[in-house]
Every structure is written in structure tokens, then in C-alpha cells.
Design a protein around this ligand. Sequence first.
Ligand SMILES: Cc1cc2nc3c(=O)[nH]c(=O)nc-3n(C[C@H](O)[C@H](O)[C@H](O)COP(=O)(O)O)c2cc1C
Length: 394
Amino acid sequence: MNRATGSVAAPRVVSIADFRPMARRRLPRAVFDYLDGGAEGEVTLRESCRVYEDITFRPRHAVAFADCGLATRVLGCDLSLPFLLAPVGYSRLMHPGGEVAAARAAGNAGTAYLLSTISGHRLEDVKAASAGPVFYQLYLLGGRGAAEAAIDRARAAGFSALVVTIDTSVSGMRERDYRNGMKELISGTVIEKLPFLPNVLSHPRWLASFLLDGGMPGLPNVVLPGKGPMPLVDVTAALAAAAVTWADFHWIREHWRGPIMVKGVLTAEDALRAIDAGAAAISVSNHGGRQLDCVPSSLRALPEVVKAVNGQIEVLMDGGIRRGTDIVKALCLGARAVLCGRAYAYGLAAAGETGVVRAIEILRADLDRALRLLGCPSVAELDRSYVNVPKTWN
Ligand SMILES: Cc1cc2nc3c(=O)[nH]c(=O)nc-3n(C[C@H](O)[C@H](O)[C@H](O)COP(=O)(O)O)c2cc1C
């Protein structure tokens, strides 16, 4: 990053991968590994990035068109791009701008931002920052009382949709977080924090920005009835009691009444259950490899889900997307759009809003180039005829 101007010099950040070492340098190890890591042996995390290599393209050369159509529609919202920014908890730890910065960048680029329940910024401020649609990702953190208050606030603030994440009955075993003392740093006593402080102190630039920001004391969108915002010290334990069941989903649907996306579907069976429960969209997702390790990559699970859904509701997917060509492959296999998580979060961690803007621009330019090289004029026309899919994939 150019420290004088705050801009991310284009020649240095050519691809999303260039942001990762920048984020690693700026963040304390505990925060970087929280962003970068996955569950247990990280088998699913690695596979989720690698699997795109199994698909190759079938380009149609010598086809000319003036404009490339990247626009799509998700849950009634017109988007200029076929990718949305996924919910990323604790974004405010990565950079003080956090969720507000990411939402603003998404809105200015004409796409949607999905705000995690685990946000350090008030949902009203996040919505106000964005010129585009914002969806609220709901965990039942703090129980139904807290969820009801958040749903009412999201409706009043003008959120376009709810996202209910179903793959988090308990938090995945993220070994890096345990080794780095993430829990102690967030909720431990000073004595418990001590062994982990030297690494934090060795990142003075991050520490100064964190302290100037007020240290992220709690979750302003998880307001416990009669008590106020949930303090950060209580979040780890509360997550363990925040599992969403289909019965909860019915309750959420009754209360929200607008469109709902179910995030975290990996099988035809769960996709059909989501349709029965009244979801308007699903995201095929393994939570970025952070929950149950050794589940398939989302790309590998996508054909099964698309076939089962058979056009009844919108199918999105997320996981491992680092390039525009990854997005093109997912769309060829039947996704309407994708969610990007770490691809923009590395940018946020490296350079705040400027980093998110640059990450979105890289993916947009990638997409435009890939469609032109493929000989396909718009994302709406992408289908299986543009890719070679391994015979073992159904
Ligand atoms: C640091 C981090 C925090 C996340 N927090 C949430 C969250 O609060 N809620 C949620 O539904 N998904 C969460 N996710 C999962 C993302 O929404 C998305 O499914 C995942 O990042 C996609 O994989 P990718 O990072 O490879 O793009 C998180 C992911 C990361 C990396």
C-alpha cells in the first residue's frame, strides 16, 4: 500500500493473492489466522481453492461483441456484478472501517453486501453507507429475543433480504485460533492474555488503529432484551447455543416476511428442505472450510444441488473464489451468482476500503476478460457448454 495516499498501487496488487501477504504483515497472527484459517486439518479449505483446477474451459474463438454483460438479479435486487460480498464476522477487527467500508465498496460497485450478525458496526450505519442492497445474515446469538430485535431493526433500516446460516450448530474446531489464543485475547483475563500479547504488540500500526477505534467492545446488533448489546467476552459461549433448526427457520420466516437465503447447503436433501421451508435462495457453502472439515468443496456439491432444485429457487454458491475465472466456472455449473469472502476480506485487512475496492475491481476485470476470451457475451448465457467437467461429476 502507498502509505502517503492510502491507495493500493495497481502494479503491486495484480491478483487477490497479492493481498494475502499484505494482510499477514499488517495483522497480529491471531487476527490473520482467524481470517485465513479453516477447521481441523483444513482439508476442505485447501480443496475449496484447488477444485477450480478440475474444470477447464471450452472457448469459442473469433466471436466479437462490444459489451460484456455482467449484471444479474438476486432476490429481487438488480446487481451490476454476479458476485456479492459474503458475511465475514469480526471484520472490524481486520480494519476499523470493517463492515461499513466493505458495504460502501460493494454498493459503489453495484453489488450487494451481506452483513454478519458478528459485526462491530451498527446495522443502520452499514446500510446507510451502502448505495446498494444489503442483506442481514442472522445467527440466533442471544436467542430469539435478540434475533427478533435485529430482524425488526433490519426491516426498518431497509435491508433487502435475510440470510440464515445453517452450518454453524457449533463453531468449527479452528486449531489456529486455539493456538493463537483468540479466545483468551477476546474474552480472557489479563493473565490469560499475557502469553499472546507479544505478537499483538509487534503489530503497532494495527494496535494503534484498533485502540483508536475503541477496541470493539461488543456486538451492537445482538441486543439482549433488557440488557443491551452482547459484550465480546460472551460471544464464544453464546455461539455454542445459537444453532438454527428448521423450526427456528419457520419462526424467522414468519417474523421477517421478506426473501430469505439459506446459507450452508451441501446436499440435495438440505436444498429440498430449504425449498419446503420457504427459502427464496440458497448458497451452496461449507462456510469457507471453517466448520465441518472433510465436507466437499461447494463447487463439487453444486451440480447435485442445482439438479435437485431444478429452477424452483435461486442457487448461489461460495467458497474458494479468488479469481474471476472461478466465478465463471461456478456460473457455468448453474450458480446464479457467488459470494466472495476472503477475496475481499484480505483487501480489507491490507488496506481498508481501498483494498475492498481494489479486490472488487480485480474480480470485475477478470470476469470481463474471461467472458471475452471465452466468446460469451454475458453471464446470463454461461452454461455447461463452456466447460469440461470431469466425468465423475454428475
Ligand atoms: C473470517 C471469516 C468470518 C466469517 N464469518 C461468517 C459469519 O459470521 N457468518 C456466515 O454466515 N459466514 C461467515 N463466514 C463464511 C463466509 O460467509 C463464506 O461462506 C466463506 O468465506 C466463503 O469462502 P471464501 O472465504 O473462500 O470465499 C466467514 C468467513 C471468514 C473467512
